[in-house]
Design a protein around this ligand. Structure first.
Ligand code: FES
Ligand SMILES: [Fe+2]
Length: 425
């Protein structure tokens, strides 16, 4: 068992941890709520944020072989994006729009194909986006097939995460956009070949309300009393699940969540008792193995190396979270559909099981997460209703909610800036 010093360490004992918000140079005043409800603000988010930022669309392991592809709908930008790996292995995104008369070419969500044929008149495209075939070509006029391939979209890959930029000529590279985040998190062992569990939902709420639900742990005692609170807070040392550390990386941010080292599954939770090995720090269902040890040793993960650590939450501007724990890692995508509608995609990536006990542990981990995230999103639609009533002009954020404040500050900069260079200042 940990002593009190360690359990309570850094939770308000001087230094930056007295206030992440002020240490990170963020404001401390009330924050306007117009960004959640204003149609004008949403239109600017559409064009100036989603139209100009690098956006996460998928992971390279979704394109395992030459000619693998997947389609990503980006409703906020009215785009259907076809992401393909060509014969040479290169990953490139294209607008999924036929050069003949504009039909959407690929209708499957994912697969493997050397040729994609448009259903309207049969124009066919290769996995490198080139126009490979035109039925009755001789009856066209001055048709230069070389100029009639699919329209490429700026694409780049960082650590296996595929990003696109919908500007015809992006004003900024992915490297500049990710900036210090990419430097800090380079080399994190993501582990290919994980099992993935995807949970998707649509909400009648602004996209940032869903994102905010996963941006702080202040809510843990109130909305997760039976599921998360016993493991992620402490009745004496950390009653309100205060984060262990908080950081910003230019446009992006991160915090580390507390884990109660005294937590043990209750006697009647027989499956959890079989599944979990709390003495290894596996609050989130982990055994110690090489991958877990490498993850824990990485300087960006639990950067203050607290012993009472459970998970890290990181937010990549504007709408993508990568979160880490010893049981695996998971991502959130928060895609706006309209001002008050959101498509949320949670992908939980879990290492492959190598024993029956491990399998049980991972199944328990996944089931527990489903339960928790459903609790997380419970209030979002009701907040949208509350804000749309016009009763409140501002919200009050406490220190543990600094990630929301940071996101709001960066978002406002991008919405107001004429150029990306101005937004990045
Ligand atoms: S619109 Fe695609 S072949 Fe005609
Ligand atoms: Fe939560």
């Amino acid at each position: 068992m940990m002593n009190d010093m360690v359990i309570g360490a850094n939770l308000g004992q001087g230094g930056a941890k007295d206030s992440f918000t002020t240490a990170l140079g963020l404001g401390t005043g009330p924050v306007p709520v117009d960004s959640y409800i204003s149609p004008e603000f949403f239109e600017l988010e559409r064009t100036r944020v989603f139209g100009r930022a690098w956006l996460y669309v998928g992971r390279t392991d979704q394109l395992p072989d030459a000619d693998s592809f997947f389609v990503k709908k980006i409703e906020v930008c009215k785009a259907s994006v076809l992401v393909m790996r060509n014969a040479a292995g290169k990953v490139q995104a294209f607008h999924n729009v036929c050069s003949h008369r504009g039909n959407l070419v690929v209708t499957e969500q994912s697969g493997n194909s050397k040729l994609h044929r448009c259903a309207y008149h049969g124009w066919a495209y290769g996995s490198d986006g080139s126009l490979a075939g035109v039925p009755d070509q001789k009856n066209f006029f001055q048709l230069n097939k070389k100029e009639c391939g699919l329209t490429p979209i700026a694409t780049d890959v960082w650590e296996g995460w595929i990003f696109i930029n919908l500007q015809r000529e992006p004003e900024i590279s992915l490297k500049e956009f990710l900036g210090p985040y990419a430097e800090s998190y380079a080399g994190v062992p993501y582990g290919e070949g994980h099992e993935t569990l995807v949970i998707e939902a649509r909400f009648k709420a602004n996209w940032k309300l869903i994102m905010d639900a996963f941006s702080e742990s202040y809510h843990v005692p109130a909305i997760h009393p039976a599921t998360l609170a016993p493991g992620f807070s402490h009745p004496v040392h950390n009653k309100y699940a205060r984060p262990l550390s908080g950081n910003t990386f230019g446009l992006h941010s991160a915090w580390s969540a507390y884990g109660n080292p005294e937590y043990a599954p209750p006697p009647n939770s027989e499956v959890e008792r079989l599944a979990c090995k709390v003495d290894t720090g596996g609050l989130l269902g982990s055994d110690v193995n090489d991958e877990v040890l490498r993850l824990r040793a990485h300087p960006a993960i639990n950067p203050t190396k607290e012993t009472c650590w459970s998970a890290d939450v990181t937010a990549i501007f504007p709408n993508f979270n990568i979160d880490y724990s010893t049981g695996g890692y998971w991502t959130h995508e928060f895609w706006p559909i309209s001002r008050n509608e959101t498509h949320w995609i949670l992908t939980i990536r879990i290492p492959k099981a190598n024993s029956v006990r491990r399998r049980l542990q991972l199944e328990h981990y996944a089931a527990r997460w489903c339960e928790i995230v459903l609790e997380d999103v419970t209030n979002c639609e009701s907040i949208q209703k509350g804000l749309e009533s016009g009763a409140k002009d501002v919200m009050y954020l406490q220190d543990g909610e600094f990630m929301i404040r940071h996101q709001q500050e960066i978002l406002r900069k991008w919405v107001n800036a004429q150029t990306v260079a101005e937004a990045m200042k």
